[in-house]
Design a protein around this ligand. Structure first.
Ligand code: ADP
Length: 152
């Protein structure tokens, strides 16, 4: 059975930290679906189409990467597309505290769905979409944190 992972997130916008995580995870899986989770309660800086276009552009040369989007529970989406794993990154202790509970819940509601965590590389652990959005809103240059395919 092929190993399929979903890498869920907002990707508002995708950063070099996300790209690094996917590239490091590629040898572990047959396919990684980078999926934008849509939360109707949440306000995004960039619309869904733009975020997905950037994902498509960034991973256009990676045969094992697909791009998708979903509403509702990540575990349901994983089941729908036949993924047995979720991929998440851990940058610090707050990521761990948050992710631990979500991963335990997903394991139960996802019928054994396992979350595979990769620790952020030291050079990327300070990068988050939140910080990047703040830089953009403040009129700063966010390009050091963005893949070249993301043109603002
Ligand atoms: P959220 O799901 O909170 O909207 P993001 O879309 O920013 O988060 O991120 C999705 C996933 O990517 C999370 O697991 C997060 O830990 C991981 N991630 C984000 N930035 C980095 C980074 N710089 N290094 C490693 N993992 C990261």
């Amino acid at each position: 059975m092929s190993k399929i992972a979903v890498f869920p997130g907002s990707f508002d916008p995708i950063t070099v930290g996300h790209v690094d995580l996917v590239e490091r995870a590629l040898p572990l899986f047959d396919k990684i679906v980078v999926a934008v989770g849509i939360n109707s309660q949440k306000k995004y800086l960039f619309d869904l189409e733009k975020r997905m276009d950037w994902l498509e552009a960034v991973f256009s040369n990676e045969e094992k990467v697909e791009v998708g989007s979903f509403e509702g529970l990540t575990a349901d989406y994983a089941k729908k597309i036949g993924a047995q794993y979720l991929l998440r990154g851990l940058r610090n202790a707050s990521d761990f505290d948050y992710e631990k509970t979500i991963s335990q819940l997903n394991n139960i509601i996802g019928d054994g769905l396992e979350t595979i965590f990769l620790i952020a590389q030291p050079g990327y652990s300070h990068i988050s979409s939140t910080i990047v959005r703040e830089i953009i809103k403040g009129g700063g240059d966010a390009s050091p944190f963005l893949p070249t395919e993301v043109s603002l």
